[in-house]
Design a protein around this ligand. Structure first.
Ligand SMILES: Cc1ncc(COP(=O)(O)O)c(C=O)c1O
Length: 501
């Protein structure tokens, strides 16, 4: 099980010793998962020091900002995650649809830096990654690898980004600035859904023992940080939104799945608040819905495979959204003509319209899936649907230009805005969705066999045990075990004392 990141004791004492020495020298203190779940538990001395740290600098203290409770400026703390509530005038449904904003995370303006930390930290404190010797390889569709590269740089080690060549220009521009060597950006063939090509590249890199692959699609650290940190943040958000409304219910948690890490918050929300778990994918590549395949542009949500850390047997609904709609709405939300239409023609509050810039392509996808869920379940005003906006529109300026050139070559005017509204938002219905019966869940679960057992060499036993909820719940024991190891590791580096933590 070593390759799946499930260790709870030191695997290699020499590697561990080297890592402790490097962290001592670089003054790096590791936050526990508990601290990232509830940042009010971060020592006051650290919080004070953070006030002078730029959230986008490769400063070790920024690791203490890898959580959902950064304020709008990303310098201070909030009691409740920054979020956007989409009104019925926009969504056309009565249910309250609320997205937590991932672009308030430090370093990369996306919550995938949490997944990167979740995959790395167990390896560090169990002596499986030596920053003085190993290279950290981050296979991704763009945001996870940016998180990994940022953290690698903080640790003073070599980080390698592996991502498809067709990802947005803004991702590559960011990587160009952060990698130590341009050769550390590896472009794999194809687009968003070409995950197999990413795996093939990683298999080649894995032949060199100095490369350590942090495969977010199968590392349970990714699952656990989201189940615990994102889950708790969402729960807090729900309670804040529904204060004084005893009949309010969390009807669903909706998340487009790339690695399925973010989806793991659903396991917590189902347990604590009875929420349904809705997994979302691109209609152009309906792998979960229909065993389908194809290219799409909802950047970040991969597909053509079922991630190993997707708790399929606990998934309640699957929804597919077309990238025609996410691309078009991205233009509607982020052009003067589009914003004018939303405010003047549709009467949507101008401040809210400006805030729609917090939504990237997969966030708009989540919004549409939430609308479909509300329609399908006939939800009312006491029903809440929570979701996430992984990254904001800033990551997709070049994609807006492409969509304008492709679909609106004569210009994007008021008529185009009305067409997009009618076709991509108002017409959102209950097509391309499936309630997951036991049979449907088994069908999707079994599909994962071909990737993980046949292709990636996972044993049948490791694959099959994931069918049972006791396996996923049992993983929770790792969190206190890892946190104890992080605390011990910090004590051994002595950086805790240096920082007064
Ligand atoms: C923009 C964006 N949206 C959604 C996702 C999917 O998140 P997850 O991998 O946690 O399923 C990703 C993952 O990289 C992403 O970058």
């Amino acid at each position: 099980m070593a390759r799946l990141g499930l260790e709870r004791s030191v695997v290699d004492p020499t590697v561990y010793k080297n890592t402790v020495a490097r962290f001592r020298e670089a003054g790096v203190l590791l936050p526990t998962i508990g601290q990232l779940k509830d940042p009010s538990t971060i020592p006051a001395a650290i919080r004070e020091k953070l006030k002078d740290v730029n959230p986008d600098s490769p400063h070790p203290l920024n690791l203490f900002r890898v959580h959902w409770f950064n304020d709008d400026q990303r310098t201070g703390l909030t009691d409740v995650p920054e979020h956007i509530e989409l009104p019925p005038e926009l969504t056309g449904v009565k249910a309250r649809i609320v997205l937590a904003l991932g672009n308030k995370f430090p370093l990369i303006n996306a919550h995938k830096v949490l997944a990167a930390y979740g995959c790395l930290v167990p390896r560090l404190v169990t002596g499986q990654f030596d920053p003085t010797h190993h290279r950290a390889v981050w296979p991704s569709t763009g945001n996870y690898c940016r998180g990994g590269v940022a953290i690698s740089r903080i640790l003073g080690c070599h980080g390698i980004a592996v991502l498809p060549e067709n990802m947005s220009k803004e991702r590559f521009d960011w990587l160009d600035k952060w990698v130590t060597d341009p050769a550390d950006i590896i472009r794999t063939p194809g687009c968003e859904s070409n995950v197999k090509e990413i795996y093939d590249e990683c298999a080649a890199l894995d032949r060199d023992p100095t490369n350590i692959i942090f495969n977010q699609f199968c590392e349970f650290g990714n699952y656990l940080v989201h189940r615990n940190c994102t889950g708790a943040a969402m729960e807090k958000l729900f309670h804040t939104l529904t204060k004084g409304r005893p009949t309010a219910k969390l009807a669903a948690y909706v998340s487009a799945s790339g690695s399925a890490g973010t989806l793991a918050a659903g396991d917590h929300l189902k347990q604590s608040l009875g929420a349904r778990i809705v997994a979302v994918e691109a209609a152009e590549c309906p792998t979960l819905l229909n065993n389908g395949f194809g290219d799409h542009n909802i950047q970040g949500i991969g597909d053509k495979h079922v991630p190993f850390i997707h708790n399929v047997m606990n998934t309640d609904m699957v929804v597919a959204i077309s990238d025609l709609h996410t691309d078009s709405l991205m233009v509607l939300f982020n052009t003067d003509e589009g914003r004018k239409y939303l405010v003047e023609r549709r009467g949507i509050d101008a401040t809210l319209v400006k805030r729609l810039a917090n939504l990237g392509l997969s966030s708009i996808c989540n919004m549409l899936a939430a609308i479909k869920t509300a329609r399908h379940l006939d939800l009312g005003s006491e029903d809440v649907i929570l979701s996430v906006a992984t990254s904001g529109a800033a990551m997709y300026t070049s994609e807006i230009e492409k969509t304008l050139a492709r679909h609106f070559s004569k210009g994007f005017d008021a008529i185009s805005a009305g067409e997009v509204w009618g076709r991509s938002l108002a017409a959102t219905t209950t097509d391309h969705m499936l309630e997951m019966t036991h049979t449907n869940r088994e069908r999707v679960f079994n599909l994962g066999y071909y990737t993980w057992v046949e292709q990636q060499g996972v044993s049948l036993e490791e694959f099959s045990v994931r069918k049972h909820q006791s396996f996923w719940d049992g993983l929770q024991d790792l969190v206190p075990a890892w946190d104890a190891m992080i605390t011990r590791f910090n004590a051994e580096t002595g950086v805790d004392k240096v920082l007064g933590a």
